[in-house]
Design a protein around this ligand. Structure first.
Ligand SMILES: Nc1ncnc2c1ncn2[C@@H]1O[C@H](COP(=O)(O)OP(=O)(O)OP(=O)(O)O)[C@@H](O)[C@H]1O
Ligand SMILES: Cc1ncc(COP(=O)(O)O)c(N)n1
Length: 271
């Protein structure tokens, strides 16, 4: 067998292609990692919002997981939208013995404001998935929900990062700065050292799926065996290019540009 690196996304769908499984697979492909997917929920959504959700049974999610991991080369795993505690428990049970690099994107609310997971899922995420995570990627409201405290100041963000690693058992965390004012600064902590990753803030409405895309890029780099620091650094460059070179499609908050990173690399500058 050839030495192909593979990444698996376990998440919900976005038929409009900007977030969820679809964003993850595009990102894996752009970063030259073989992409695979296990679907948790089918979501009728687009750039204007969520119209409906159908959840798959936990046992069927397990069947999908077995189909992929018993056959294919999975070198890293990403989780996204996991709507309820039954699903989380089934996924954690399957992933625990595999001991693969795991990026947990604790998706809770779509950017449109629609809730994507139920209340008990938050507790299950803390108890079952975070202890398995190599990195967890909350935005500021998600970090607040996980720690049960609001994050008003820079100090609050540092404290939340410490809690997520030391109390909940994730090996590292990056608290994303998309919801801050000013520069888009993400705070990374690996239990030892803090590091910030910063880009200019681009003035755009088109940020549907930024969180999914960023976490997928981290996962792709982990699948290649890169260090956490390198993986977050590549992901930050990838998402910044995808936000800057907006596609301007859809009638609401449009998707990011998953081609932009490779285009920029190939051509030296984006055209
Ligand atoms: N307008 C922007 N300009 C530059 N970078 C941004 C902007 N908005 C978000 N980012 C960056 O995009 C990445 C994703 O962060 P964000 O906080 O938006 O995640 P999220 O809220 O989970 O995303 P989603 O929009 O999918 O809910 C982070 O690196 C963040 O700093
Ligand atoms: C299936 C799924 N997973 C995650 C998101 C979050 O992405 P965003 O907050 O950018 O809408 C989403 N909209 N849909």
């Amino acid at each position: 067998m050839r030495n192909v690196k593979g990444a698996l996304s376990i998440a919900g769908t976005d038929p409009s292609g900007g977030a969820g499984i679809q964003a993850d697979l595009k990102t894996f492909q752009e970063l030259e990692v073989y992409g695979m997917s296990v679907i948790t929920s089918v979501v009728a959504q687009n750039t204007l919002g969520v119209k409906g959700i159908r959840h798959l049974e936990a046992s069927f999610i397990k069947e999908q997981l077995e189909s992929v991991t018993n056959d294919m080369p999975v070198h890293a795993v990403k989780t996204g939208m996991i709507a309820n505690s039954e699903m989380i428990e089934a996924i954690a049970e399957h992933l625990r013995p595999l001991t693969l690099p795991l990026c947990v994107d604790p998706v809770m609310i779509a950017q449109s404001g629609d809730a994507l997971v139920d209340h008990k899922a938050l507790q299950a995420m803390r108890d079952e998935l975070l202890p398995l995570a190599t990195i967890v990627t909350p935005n500021i409201p998600e970090a607040a929900a996980l720690t049960g405290r609001s994050l008003e100041s820079e100090e609050d963000r540092y404290d939340a990062a410490k809690r997520i690693v030391h109390d909940f058992g994730s090996s590292s965390v990056v608290i994303k700065g998309g919801h801050l004012d000013g520069e888009a600064t993400d705070l990374f902590y690996d239990g030892d050292t803090f590091k910030t990753f910063t880009s200019p803030r681009f003035d755009t409405l088109h940020t549907h799926g930024t969180g999914c895309t960023y976490a997928a890029a981290i996962t792709a780099e982990l699948a290649k065996g890169k260090s956490l620091n390198e993986a977050v650094s590549v992901a930050k460059t990838f998402i910044s290019a995808a936000i800057e070179h907006t596609l301007e499609i859809g009638h609401g908050q449009g998707p990011t540009n998953h081609w932009a990173y490779q285009n920029t690399k190939r051509k030296g500058e984006y055209v």
